[in-house]
Design a protein around this ligand. Structure first.
Ligand code: FUB
Length: 335
């Protein structure tokens, strides 16, 4: 199969794919041209609302666009930048967990609830207590427990919340990375452990965390923590899926533009780094989800080919994904 654009009518990104009632649903970010200039904080991503798209045959059919399922104007605590979201089902209700900036310019995670996967979603009045940063992925394990994975560096503000791990240095030290944690004015050394994504188990009503977020630790094959200077370290776009009893944590490496993954034995990890799923695409960001639908595994992702490399106008795509005998993922070919 050739990689396929799924919604040529509009710019959408960060596709979170889920199978509900034997139908494939995609919950993307809804890109638009806001007129804001490109900056390292993602100020050019000024999204206002979410749609949901659905498919019967995701390899052949046109998407059904169910329209706007949540608008920033409906969310009392959110001011702007409706970034990545994901949806999980529990007891016949659907919970959309999303990231947006509050009126203090701080990214938080919120929940909105619906009776159907197509919405409409009714937002909770406040963000999830103790939530921060961006890019939630809500994963339901086989025992019914739901975990929220989240976090993103730079404009995603993760570095505001994760306690500094030594060795850090001061601005101006020429041995330090010059970008990744500049909002803290502490510049992380390339030989320090990489800042981790976070995971928290969710409450029975799927409206809150039941624990303080824990770090999602990614180890090298020799058991040492992946370093901040490694181009394969976590940056944003957490995704969790399960295959043959193992937990697959996949993510974007941001400024090195890969989609990578790591495998663990528990939803909390630790996860051992395995490799690259997708080489850099056209556009600064890369962001994905992985899901099995009717016996075939797929990678959903985005690129900026249709917008002629306009980073804030992205288009969602799908390509088949295959495993090797040993459970490793074969790199996906974006063509
Ligand atoms: O869509 C806005 C941001 O761009 C997402 O939250 C990131 O993962 C990146 O795709």
């Amino acid at each position: 199969m050739k990689a396929r654009y799924l919604f040529p009518q509009d710019y959408m990104a960060d596709p979170s794919a889920n199978v509900f009632n034997n139908r494939l649903y995609i919950y993307p970010s809804h890109d638009r041209d806001s007129g804001e200039c490109f900056d390292d904080d993602g100020g050019h991503f000024q999204m206002l609302d979410y749609h949901v798209l659905s498919f019967d045959d995701v390899e052949q059919d046109a998407a059904t666009d169910h329209g706007v399922i949540l608008d920033v104007e409906q969310v009392p605590w959110a001011e702007r930048q409706m970034w990545d979201n994901d949806v999980v089902e529990k007891d016949g209700k659907y919970f959309l967990v999303f990231s947006a900036k509050d009126y203090n310019g701080v990214f938080r995670l919120g929940v909105a609830v619906a009776d159907h996967p197509e919405g409409p979603f009714i937002p909770e009045p406040y963000p999830i207590r103790g939530s921060f940063s961006i890019d939630p992925c809500v994963f339901k394990d086989d025992d019914g427990e739901i975990y929220c994975y989240f976090g993103g560096l730079w404009g995603g503000q993760l570095q505001w919340w994760i306690p500094a791990q030594l060795p850090y240095g001061k601005e101006g030290d020429p041995t330090l990375r010059t970008a990744s944690d500049k909002k803290t004015l502490l510049y992380i050394r390339p030989d320090a452990p990489a800042l981790p994504s976070c995971v928290a188990r969710m409450s029975d009503d799927v409206l809150q965390f039941v624990e303080a977020p824990r770090p999602v630790v990614i180890l090298n094959s020799d058991g040492t923590p992946m370093k901040a200077g490694d181009p394969h370290r976590f940056f944003e776009a957490s995704w969790m899926h399960k295959y043959k009893g193992k937990y697959y944590f996949s993510y974007s490496t941001g400024d090195s533009h890969y989609l990578c993954y790591a495998i663990g034995d528990s939803p909390y990890g630790p996860f051992v780094y395995q490799g690259v799923i997708l080489e850099p695409v056209v556009g600064w960001t890369t962001h994905h989800s992985i899901v099995e639908y009717r016996g075939q595994w797929y990678l959903f992702y985005h690129d900026c080919v249709p917008s002629n490399d306009t980073t804030w106008l992205r288009s969602i795509k799908v390509q088949r994904l295959f495993y090797n005998e040993d459970g490793t993922i074969q790199p996906v070919i974006n063509e």
